[in-house]
Design a protein around this ligand. Structure first.
Ligand code: 6PG
Length: 240
């Protein structure tokens, strides 16, 4: 299933996503089941976190949530580039989550060792589809170059590897990253893209073009995931 939700602003779209997520959680047959959510990084999620706190804090079943990350930059958690730092400042410090419900990727650790640690953690905490950990929600962004998670064009092997996380390298800055790999993104119960801003319009409108499936990781995930939805303020003219 592929579905597109379009709004007029990043805030409106954030509200649509959060409403959908809470509705999906409430539809779960086991009303006490743990909900495992993987958060993306970059700057886009800031508004999502703000809207979550402002409009949905009181209606979110925080006690059921376990928060993980899609990816992290190999920097200290206090670094301005840290995805965890953004989430901590805009969400974690403002909602009733215990430390035991939040599983950050340690960007300050040796990358290969942290990949092994985090992969083992996720494999141990989550339900599995074969050897693939199944998140309830994987919330993804998209870079203008077509990357998602921290899987960049030219790093397609990270889309097919069986390891749930891998070390990647930003092609321009050379910054090392810890990245969720393709099989995990594809097999989530809900693979959701939250993409805002006119600068992303080009890539968003190409997501379902067959000939970019193997060029842009975001297109590969969009075309491969079983249940994938796009929440965006970009007017998508043709069906994506
Ligand atoms: C990261 C991300 C990455 C991000 C896109 C969009 O750590 O950078 O997880 O995939 O979602 O690059 O980034 P912006 O939200 O900053 O445009």
């Amino acid at each position: 299933m592929k579905q597109i939700h379009t709004g007029d602003s990043a805030r409106e779209v954030a509200g649509m996503l959060l409403k959908e997520m809470l509705a999906a959680i409430s539809r779960r047959s086991d009303s006490s089941a743990t909900v495992n959510i993987a958060l993306s990084g970059g700057s886009t999620p800031a508004i999502l976190f703000d809207v979550w706190v402002e409009r949905f804090r009181e209606v979110t079943p925080w006690e059921r949530l376990r928060l993980y990350w899609v990816d992290e930059r190999c920097v200290d958690s206090a670094d301005a580039a840290s995805n965890y730092r953004l989430a901590k400042e805009r969400l974690l410090d403002k909602v009733p989550l215990d430390a035991g419900q939040v599983f950050r990727i340690c960007g300050e650790c040796e990358p290969e060792e942290e990949v092994a640690r985090y992969a083992a953690l996720v494999l141990g905490n989550l339900p599995l589809c074969g050897r693939i950990p199944v998140f309830d929600f994987v919330l993804l962004g998209i870079g203008e170059d077509g990357h998602t998670s921290s899987v960049f064009p030219g790093q397609e092997k990270l889309l097919y590897t069986l390891s749930p996380y891998a070390v990647s390298t930003h092609p321009v800055s050379g910054q090392r990253r810890i990245a969720m790999t393709g099989e995990v993104m594809v097999h989530a119960r809900h693979t959701w893209f939250y993409v805002t801003g006119g600068n992303k319009a080009g890539i968003v409108r190409m997501l379902s073009c067959p000939d970019v499936r193997d060029r842009y990781p975001a297109a590969y995930i969009w075309q491969s995931a079983e249940r994938v939805e796009l929440f965006t303020d970009i007017r998508v003219v043709e069906p994506v």
